[in-house]
Design a binder for this molecule. Structure first.
Ligand SMILES: [Zn+2]
Length: 182
């Protein structure tokens, strides 16, 4: 009741305003200069820098992990693209033979798609002059021509490359079985 009455007086208002602004100024200086608040500021500053450092540190670990994952991935991809180490097999010298009607020559190639060693560059040789024949086979039938002596064979007169390939693989299997028997 007393305060209510006194605040109504312009005299009191003037005084209190002056005191209030004085406290504001003192407060401002106090917050600015007081060592306690400076310490708080230092602590905040330190905490902030520590946080930044910690974040930087985490970031570095993250990058190390990324780098490791990256290199592991690269090594995996290189290994996968190369497949297993293509050590020359015992049968890599087996590149020609009389199979069925004709003499055939071929090459071995390491398959990167996981099929192992596959037969490539199969050629049927002319039974008359041993020249590699031209394979003119189509979906309608087999046809082989000798470019040198004009020997020609078609359909049942021909060796089927698919069967020859199968026989080559079977020959290797048989040779291995013979060798493995003590
Ligand atoms: Zn020929």
């Amino acid at each position: 009741m007393i305060i209510k009455k006194t605040t109504k007086s312009p005299w009191i208002i003037s005084i209190s305003t002056a005191i209030f602004s004085l406290f504001l100024t003192i407060g401002y200086d106090y917050f600015k200069k007081n060592p306690f608040f400076t310490t708080i500021g230092t602590i905040f500053n330190w905490a902030w820098r520590t946080l930044i450092n910690a974040l930087n540190f985490e970031l570095k670990i993250w990058w190390i992990l990324m780098a490791i994952a990256f290199f592991v991935g690269i090594i995996y991809l290189i290994k996968k693209s190369k497949g297993e180490e293509p050590v020359l097999p015992d049968f890599h010298t087996y590149r020609e033979g009389k199979l069925k009607k004709w003499k055939w020559t071929w090459d071995w190639k390491w398959s990167t798609s996981g099929d192992g060693w596959i037969i490539t560059d199969m050629e049927a040789h002319c039974p008359n002059c041993d020249t590699p024949m031209i394979d003119n086979s189509s979906m309608y039938g087999f046809s082989f021509d000798c470019p040198r002596c004009e020997f020609h064979a078609s359909d049942s007169q021909c060796d089927e490359p698919r069967k020859i390939e199968r026989i080559i693989h079977d020959n290797i299997d048989r040779m291995r079985k013979e060798n493995s028997v003590p």
